[in-house]
Design a protein around this ligand. Sequence first.
Ligand code: CP
Ligand code: NVA
Length: 302
Amino acid sequence: MKKDLLSILDLSKEDILNLFDKADEIKNLWRGNKIYRPLEGKSLGMIFQKPSTRTRLSFEVGMYQLGGHPVFLSPGSMQLKRGETIEDTAKVLSRYIDGIMIRTFDQNEVIKLAKAATIPVINGLTDLFHPCQALSDYYTLWQRTKEMSKITLCYIGDGNNVCHSLILGAVKLGINIIVSNPKGYEPNKEIIEKAKKINGKKISFIDDPLKAVKEADVIYTDVWTSMGEEREEDIRKKVFLPYQVNLNLLKRAKKEVLVMHCLPAHRGEEIVDEVIDGENSIVFEQAENRLHLQKAILVELI
Ligand code: CP
Ligand code: NVA
């Protein structure tokens, strides 16, 4: 049966650790300039209904490096724009290509696409989830320490798609996650309930960011205004200001704390230059690992 990656809920802890091992193998081959082309003759369709730098480039180049062929599909130039259903699109694509990566707004669109397709579907970000991001981020931490249950990650900011996937990844892997959001910007309740059922002991909420970072090994933040929420930008800039990852916040954390951000960063808003460019930051290592981890996903699914 074909496998999809619509959310981290689709994966067991063992599946995730297998992806990490595979990503390591692929990263080492890439570092050694070794040719590895298990996807020769295969094609990946990539539908983007929102902008992207990292996800597009890492999937496109990743597919090419694996010997396969990436096809960028802009919805504006597809019949989706003129009312063809997502299900009919899925059925047709399934007859031409070997996998679909989609970035869109509504998670239900991705679910509908996956149900109608006979080929694997990968979620490249929706309003609800960003599984490839969280998997690459935890791969980045796993490379540093295999003792994942000893890691405490503190997520500061909006309870958004990245936050949801980080929470689900944390409970699956046994990582401690502390979430610190302003009131009204907490993560989705249903997702929290699901995460608590998997491993409730691993999640906690601390409203005050200065207290939340105290025990953290990793501080993670993301934009205050995600794609599609631009109308709320002005109000969000005010509400989230106390949640900025700046030097004052860093002073409250362990000296060796790592700082992560999925990028793109809005410098001067959720994170300041001194922190993102500082010695605690591993944000560009994270960005690189999107390539390696997603190549592992492509090999596993296609
Ligand atoms: N982090 C991330 O998904 O970046 P892009 O929006 O550039 O793809
Ligand atoms: N939360 C952000 C992540 C971008 C990669 C957004 O959805 O815009």
